[in-house]
Design a binder for this molecule. Structure first.
Ligand SMILES: NC(=O)c1ccc[n+]([C@@H]2O[C@H](COP(=O)([O-])OP(=O)(O)OC[C@H]3O[C@@H](n4cnc5c(N)ncnc54)[C@H](OP(=O)(O)O)[C@@H]3O)[C@@H](O)[C@H]2O)c1
Length: 248
């Protein structure tokens, strides 16, 4: 039996897929949760064959809030042993212009990136507290540090998630559960594919191996890659009159 289980929420995401490979290579059992069941079944079979770990595909829709309590019960019945850990990776990033033009696009982004995340984390909290340990790692974004004209609704969802995680971490700390928000810079995935020329882009596998190491050590928040710490420190400090003239 494995010493720990990782529940990967949004397991079809390129970053989550790389993180699941990393966890499996370290012997962790996996619960692969998402909407694309054929993909999750393939991933589970592949990880089991490559790493001899238990990997279970589970249907999960962040926007189906009413299903979250039942989903947590299924996770607990399928968990492979040891502490249950959580890697929260689902999210969407439609164009700001599309969100401005269509309130349903805006609302579905808020639901997927924030409401759905808050709902599933709340549903998981009692089980995490009861086990008295474990880790929660969630993917925030550098976009949450300051609202830019190109994607401020996406940034707002990530800022809200970050604030939620601060309180969530404080709540779970008493039970020995460590919560880490990764403020990610651009990663080369489907999400950034339409956006060429993004700075400091990293591959999903490089991102995941650093995320794995930081998940073992840290709590609070961390920039990944680290270059975003000085960059965002400058961006945050820019006077509004200058910031508003930038085309970013
Ligand atoms: N790529 C970047 O540069 C970057 C930078 C900063 C932060 N992030 C964050 O990193 C995370 C992973 O992104 P990625 O780059 O790996 O993008 P990705 O490959 O596009 O993956 C996004 C995943 O989110 C899932 N998802 C969307 N809505 C969902 C819902 N309602 N319920 C369940 N799953 C849902 C998608 O599932 P389906 O396959 O079912 O659609 C997809 O697997 C996201 O939270 C993103 O905001 C990414």
């Amino acid at each position: 039996m494995s010493s720990e289980t990782w529940l990967i929420l949004g397991a079809s995401s390129a970053v989550a897929r790389a993180f699941a490979r990393e966890a499996a290579a370290h012997g962790a059992a996996l619960l692969l949760a998402g909407r694309d069941m054929p993909d999750l079944e393939c991933q589970a079979a592949d990880l089991t064959i490559r790493h001899q770990v238990a990997a279970v595909p589970l249907r999960f829709d962040a926007g189906d809030l009413a299903s979250h309590a039942g989903f947590v019960a299924r996770c607990l019945s399928q968990a492979g042993g040891g502490f249950l850990n959580v890697f929260l990776a689902f999210g969407v990033m439609p164009d700001q212009a599309d969100a401005d033009a269509d309130p349903t696009v805006a609302a579905s982004m808020v639901t997927a990136n924030f409401t759905g995340a808050a709902s599933i984390l709340a549903a998981l909290a009692p089980a995490l507290e009861a086990q008295g340990g474990g880790r929660v790692v969630a993917l925030g974004s550098v976009a949450g540090d300051r609202g830019r004209k190109r994607n401020f609704l996406y940034g707002a969802t990530k800022a809200a998630l970050r604030t939620y995680l601060q309180g969530y971490a404080a709540r779970l700390a008493k039970a020995g559960v460590r919560v880490l928000c990764i403020k990610a810079g651009p990663v080369d995935t489907a999400m950034t594919w339409p956006l060429p020329g993004l700075p400091f882009m990293v591959s999903p596998s490089a991102f995941a191996s650093t995320a794995w190491r930081r998940a073992r050590r840290g709590s609070g928040s961390t920039y990944l890659p680290s270059i975003w710490w000085p960059v965002m420190s400058i961006i945050r400090l820019l006077p509004t009159s200058i910031f508003n003239r930038l085309d970013i």
